[in-house]
Design a protein around this ligand. Structure first.
Ligand SMILES: Cc1cc2nc3c(=O)[nH]c(=O)nc-3n(C[C@H](O)[C@H](O)[C@H](O)COP(=O)(O)OP(=O)(O)OC[C@H]3O[C@@H](n4cnc5c(N)ncnc54)[C@H](O)[C@@H]3O)c2cc1C
Length: 308
């Protein structure tokens, strides 16, 4: 892992830095590149603006590791209201949730209790609900959460991270529940005994997991989503899908707001199902540090914003 990436991922855990940065005007200007605004309405306006280019959206409210029943209920109720607002506006927008915002630190059962109504409301509006994957200490609990919820909520997807050694076994296990899987490379600082330190190994595992998902999709055994801006990988998987006879509607490509926007539009124009994940909320610091860590060159945007 590069020094800059390591330093940024460490910084993402600092509450002092978070409180400093979220108050600075230059940091708020810099973060706009990846986040249209802090309010739900900012995210939905961005979703609306993408409709003409046929790029669908997913929204997520930033913040992790909340505890206490009042907080959990507030997050659940926020997402229930957001789903109703999406339906009211008629947007092609889904929701993605972080399990630690909804009780995973308390127990898998508490988290099931909080997410079940969101999954039900989402399905009522005909949309898939997505579950994010957080750091490796949460993976086993998140898989159990997904398996339990998937038994009664068909339109439910889960994120898996290609950088973890365990993910091929996790995928085989989940194929038993006909999963929708958003495959990503992985965004957290992980020790060398759980995740590949070398990027090339992660990329190779992403490809092999992607092919495994496409193979399962052929018989309706999985719904693959490739959550990456790595256009070499996207193009290879799109070609592989074509060779395997997996139609464009049987898989999707997801990217983040503000990254590779032209490629998102181009893929959608070519007839692929593309979605852009739009984040919002005032607790954006750890998430923003992870975006900088993915591409330390992005630090220049922060520096430039300080002088704008
Ligand atoms: C829809 C979606 C959902 C995600 N959900 C999760 C999740 O639940 N859990 C999790 O651990 N991770 C999640 N991630 C993040 C993911 O793990 C990676 O950290 C992130 O996508 C960067 O990796 P990459 O696949 O784009 O490949 P990389 O090899 O890192 O990047 C490929 C190219 O994309 C461009 N690029 C990538 N990142 C940036 C950036 N920040 N700024 C500017 N350009 C960039 C660069 O040109 C780079 O060369 C998600 C990503 C997406 C797209």
């Amino acid at each position: 892992m590069s020094l800059a990436r390591n330093a940024l991922l460490r910084a993402s855990k600092s509450t002092w830095l978070a409180s400093q940065m979220t108050q600075r005007a230059f940091a708020r200007r810099a973060v706009k590149r990846f986040m249209p605004g802090e309010r739900l309405s900012d995210a939905l306006d961005a979703a609306q603006s993408l409709v003409p280019s046929r790029v669908g959206t997913i929204i997520t409210r930033l913040g992790e590791t909340l505890t206490g029943e009042r907080n959990l209920d507030e997050v659940r109720d926020h997402y229930l209201a957001a789903l109703d607002e999406i339906a009211r506006r008629g947007l092609p927008t889904q929701v993605s949730v972080k399990p630690t915002q909804l009780g995973l630190d308390d127990s898998v059962e508490e988290c099931v209790r909080q997410i079940a109504p969101i999954a039900a409301r989402s399905a009522q509006h005909g949309a898939m609900l997505w579950i994010d994957m957080e750091d490796s200490s949460y993976v086993e609990r998140t898989l159990q959460l997904y398996e339990q919820l998937k038994a009664t909520h068909e339109q439910l997807g889960l994120c898996l991270q290609a950088y973890l050694f365990r993910t091929p076994q996790d995928l085989e296990r989940l194929l038993a529940v006909r999963p929708a899987i958003r495959l990503v490379k992985g965004a957290y600082a992980e020790p060398a005994d759980v995740a590949f330190p070398a990027k090339q190994d992660t990329d190779d595992q992403f490809m092999s997991l992607g092919v495994r998902l496409l193979d399962a999709a052929r018989t309706g055994g999985a719904f693959p989503v490739f959550g990456t801006h790595d256009m070499t990988i996207v193009q290879r998987l799109v070609r592989t899908a074509d060779e395997m006879g997996v139609a464009p509607g049987q898989f999707e490509v997801h990217m983040l707001y503000g990254i590779r926007a032209a490629e998102q539009r181009a893929l959608a124009q070519q007839g692929h199902a593309v979605r852009c994940l739009v984040s919002y909320g005032d607790n954006w610091f750890p998430w923003y540090m992870r975006r900088l860590a993915e591409r330390p060159a992005n630090l220049w945007f922060v520096v430039r914003s300080a002088f704008m």
